[in-house]
Design a protein around this ligand. Sequence first.
Ligand code: CTP
Length: 420
Amino acid sequence: MPENKNLSSEIKKQLPKELVEFLRLAGELAQKRGQKLYLVGGVVRDLLLGRENFDLDLVVEGDAIALACEMAEARQCQLVTHQRFGTAKLAWDGGSADLATARSETYAKACALPTVNPSTVRDDLLRRDFTINAMAVALTPDLYGQLLDLYGGLSDLQGKLVRVLHGKSFIDDATRIWRAIRYEQRLNFHLEPETLELVKRDVDYLKEVSGDRIRHELELILKEEFPEKALCRADELGVLSKLHPKLKADDWLSAKYEQARRWSSPDNPSVGLYLALLVYRMGSKDVEEFISYLRLKKASGRILLDAIDLKANLGQLASPQVTSAQVYTWLSGCAIEAVVANIIAAGMPSAVPRLTEFVEKLRYIRPALNGEDLKKLGVAQGPEIKEMLHRLLEARLDGKAATRRDEEALVLNWLAGKGA
Ligand code: CTP
């Protein structure tokens, strides 16, 4: 029976020893204080799925801050508390844990911030997004490891279903629509049929949510292993178009994301590169609207606009007459992700070798001589130094100087030419 399921062996097997010791001690201290303590949320889901997750979210029936203070003293952890929310974060070398006082939430109106009251773990789980995220594991020694599955989370994990806890879930918090898609695609689950209907019914509530919160959800998707899966699903469900009506996620985008991973390996592509590819087929006015709706940070916004700008000017690069120094001049002011996005997505193959040359080689090239060296060779102090350094860089870029000696010879030549 699900009620009797005990996860102590999963905890021992899947979590690092240090985290297990932390959980044990926290449970003991809570019991001494007469409190109930639970591990909750994503880590419980992932313990059951056998997926790695070391994000410890703990819920206390009672004062979480007081318990966190005791833990901080007992384990020499750093402690940050938020009295207003009744939450605390403990951090130590190699780990951290969030503690929260169990609470219930009520939403006065759609997508508004909820009213919060201290409560039981039962209520705390009820306020959560999906059944698979609404399970808890008891940590006090009397109940250690026992699964608390009040809303059918285990059975939905087994059935591979993402299911909301109640019919108003997306109205309370429409960002859950994006979260539902993210879990569905990450875990290869399905939206449970009624939940799917609710997504379709409530998709317009996404417009009530601030751009900042939507951006956060989009960034989480772009940090997934295969973000295109969630984006394609969001497109299919009419969710992507709420970000901007002209956005598309399809086979083209999937192929570009695959290429972006190859380009970025062994790292993951940056959020900026993924975003640039997402908006690549839009015009600059639409991209500006997208940036301002999501309130993208200045640096990310620049990547997107540079990518679109460059796309419109690729013709310049395609001509065989263009020198490497010119390529450098055109591209050195661009965000590097914007250049990479064009390598991946440009519809003009003749420009790609020049873009690639810039990313792989030209952008790293520097003259061997510096200002001091130039002075020693007889260049007058002042603007001439900067100008000569620039000429040396151009000579390097165009292959007219390969060594320090070549550069010295060029400088002496220029100086002689000037004097003549
Ligand atoms: N949660 C929620 N509604 C939200 C955000 C979060 O109910 N809009 C709850 C869920 O129970 C979730 C927990 O808060 O499991 C922690 O949130 P988060 O860290 O975003 O999710 P995890 O499941 O821990 O992490 P991930 O999504 O990366 O697996």
